[in-house]
Design a protein around this ligand. Structure first.
Ligand code: ZN
Ligand code: ZN
Length: 288
């Protein structure tokens, strides 16, 4: 798949596609009546698979800033790096992040920072490469950055019960053993142009990246939104939002910021970049 690039001031952001699946509305937004989707099916046909399912992308982002090379999220992974998740969510199909990275002109060893927007199983898939019993960081020169609250939420013997399969032991727990994980607790500057900030609700440690360069801004918002419809319908509850009220408040806060600053926005599970527009008093996603 051709990768798309957005330039924000002096920062270059390249979308690296890892995988894509169809997930039915009754599994992702069980409280939303089917007919409520109609206007969004018409407005954003690329965001849906048929009339009853989200077309869920698993996107990662490569950022070049001030001589640094950063990766946002590591996708679903493959049958070796994240076996239960590739089988249960990914339809048994390996993700292609590493191929996409090479096609963009980079090697895994070029990445100096992996920022994990949150520690859900579909955002950490390529963290670790396994060769028999030996495991190593897939990005050997990177520090992996995540919020401490997500570590606390999922690093328990019960983690496998959250989704019905084990994933933590394969993808996130090894980062600490390997000594490459930096857990942070609040807003943190990664470069002079890139800051990560807490945007909790979907998970307690969810964070977004703010790109601020040359008078331009972009927000990379992970799973704050699950598709463009939620830009308008901020109260629609995604099934896996751990604190639905806080998730809705975070959506509205981030839309207020992005709209007032005319910022570009990106959300992990929808392709490409957008901005917030207003029609008849309502906010909508508009693709860039
Ligand atoms: Zn998530
Ligand atoms: Zn996700």
């Amino acid at each position: 798949m051709p990768h798309s690039t957005l330039t924000v001031g002096n920062v270059e952001i390249t979308v690296l596609h890892d995988s894509e699946v169809a997930l039915p509305f009754n599994r992702t937004f069980p409280d939303v009546p089917l007919e409520s989707w109609t206007p969004y099916l018409e407005r954003y046909p690329d965001a849906y698979s048929g009339a009853d399912s989200l077309r869920v992308h698993f996107e990662c982002y490569l950022l070049r800033s001030q001589g640094r090379t950063l990766l946002v999220d590591t996708g679903l992974g493959n049958a070796s790096s994240n076996p239960a998740v590739v089988a249960n969510i990914g339809g048994g199909i390996d993700g292609v992040l590493l191929t996409e990275l090479q096609a963009a002109g980079f090697q895994a060893s070029d990445i100096d920072t992996v920022f994990l927007s949150h520690l859900h199983p579909d955002h950490v898939g390529w963290n670790v490469t396994r060769n028999g019993v030996n495991e190593s960081p897939t990005f050997p020169n990177a520090r992996y950055v995540a919020h401490e609250a997500d570590w606390a939420a999922f690093d328990t013997p019960l983690d496998s019960q959250i989704f019905g399969y084990d994933w933590w032991a394969e993808t996130v727990a090894p980062l600490r053993r390997l000594g490459v994980l930096d857990l942070i607790t609040g807003e943190t500057e990664l470069t002079g142009e890139l800051t990560v900030t807490p945007t909790p609700g979907h998970t307690p440690g969810s964070m977004s990246m703010i790109v601020n360069s040359g008078g331009e801004k972009a927000y990379m918002m992970g799973d704050v939104f699950h598709g463009p419809a939620q830009v308008t319908e901020t109260d629609w509850v995604f099934h896996y939002d751990m604190d639905p009220d806080q998730a809705g408040q975070t959506r509205r806060n981030m839309l207020d910021r992005a709209e007032s600053e005319s910022a570009a926005i990106a959300i992990c599970h929808h392709s490409g970049f957008g901005r917030v527009i207003r029609e008849s008093g309502k906010r909508y996603w508009q693709a860039l």
